[in-house]
Design a protein around this ligand. Sequence first.
Ligand code: ATP
Ligand code: MG
Length: 556
Amino acid sequence: MEEVAKKSLNFIEEIVEKDLKEGKNDNRLQTRFPPEPNGYLHIGHAKAICMDFGIAQRYGGICNLRFDDTNPSKEDVEYVDSIQEDIKWLGFEWGNIYYASDYFPQLWDLAVQLIKDGKAYIDEQSAEEIAKQKGTPTTPGTESPYRNRPVEENLALFAKMNTGEIPEGAMVLRAKIDMASPNMHFRDPIMYRIITSHPHHRTGTQWKAYPMYDYAHGQSDYFEGVTHSICTLEFVVHRPLYDWFIDQFADSDYRPRQYEFNRLNITYTVMSKRKMLQLVQEGVVAGWDDPRMPTICGLRRRGYTPEAIRDFIDRIGYTKVDGMIDVSLLEHSIREDLKPKAHRVSALFDPIKLVITNYPEGQKEYMTTDNNPDNEAAGTREMPFGKEIFIERGDFMEDAPKDFFRLTPGGREVRLKSAYIIQCTGCEKDENGQVTTVYCTYDPDTKSGTEGSKRKVKSTINWLDKDGCIEAEVRLYDRLFKVEDPAAYDGDFHDLLNEDSLEIKTALVEKHLEGAQAGDHFQFLKIGYFTVDKDSQDGKLILNRTVSLKDNWAKK
Ligand code: ATP
Ligand code: MG
């Protein structure tokens, strides 16, 4: 409560506070997170999770996890498992786990009751015919010829819908409400349809008739005692129907109430499960956890932390207006989070050899360097240093313009980070004119941390001792799409894929990284944040670029 008081409340927190103050729902607060197990969770779901679990946590309520598993044709236990893993990883705990499929018997009984009350009927028209009769928001729909079927006939057909003798699509159960309602959702919505082509991942082939979302969702909320059923804005128009169904059956004053906030959309990606599944199935990405995916497992593999994701969600907040969030805001959150956490290490993507001609042959020194200058507690480490080292090729230029402050023959002094000041004397090239070795001299009186180290130079470069480095594969991930809003494109979204979304390189990195574990974070100095990938093996280190140090796209 205290933490909430310091910040301004979002509109749902305001509602919850007011309800609790007024003693509504016997002072209970109960929410649920209701994913359909038909795909992996994405960053949009994280926004819903932070709301559903977060608000329960803050106000001493309870949030349950409910799988909305009413459509067996797309659902799978693989998704049920991954959803649980991702919620826990984000740092949340549910009270109970429920499945809408557990309510199939109760939902069935209530539907039978509705038929008996003359408020539901079996329609034998095709989906197309039913759609045609829906009318438009300004013109009333047409009543189905089956609308006034006798109750007994409806009951008999409804039972048949669940025996397997009726093929998929041949009939549906519809609520008999109002074909002229200005709310299209009231025009005799479908309550049950037949699915026989896919067994259900929990109930197998026991059921053939499955309840539709609008019917099942509200009832499930009611069965469980949900007080605040929070979802996204596209459900605003469903809310009257949600209330209507509950009013048909409620036997007490208690009612779950639905509240809606704006969906999260992020630039340069797609978040529909259908499109993500397509990317996975076509092999455009390496799987649901491909580091380019906006999935929670993809972000995790990319190197995102739960703290960064929660911080991002906190920054964007909850409103009643849909919009698009710039992915650079998400990137900002991970940079901020990793800044005090990730060890700074040297990595060279295009190394060239540098020989310090006046450095004693065979001598090794150990240079003390901060693991993280932004976090003293991270301590220091020793980097070996000797006559032969590597530097980044771009830090040397043979014929350099005046404003090039790094290494060039006869040029200015340059500091090797945490080591000495050096000056370039020349270079050696192969038969193609490619520089193979840079020659320098060093000033032994300028070692970092000594009095002589105070001499000012224009630039500091990174290096790796030839005995202090190992090779690593680096996977440079970038945005999956070239345009901000691929979902808005009418054509084939493959046209919009960024062909450069993955570049694989071999780099030299500090030996310090040897033995690093999947998920460990590092900052490659001057380059960006990297995370050890799970594909790494003994002797083969693989690192994913989480994010560059600066927003490279801002310049483009
Ligand atoms: P899709 O349409 O891609 O299948 P969905 O919205 O149907 O996604 P669900 O599994 O039904 O996915 O979603 C579970 C909960 O997460 C719902 O309450 C939904 O409102 C919320 N949610 C889904 N996507 C987003 C999003 N982009 N931003 C915020 N909340 C979301
Ligand atoms: Mg859904």
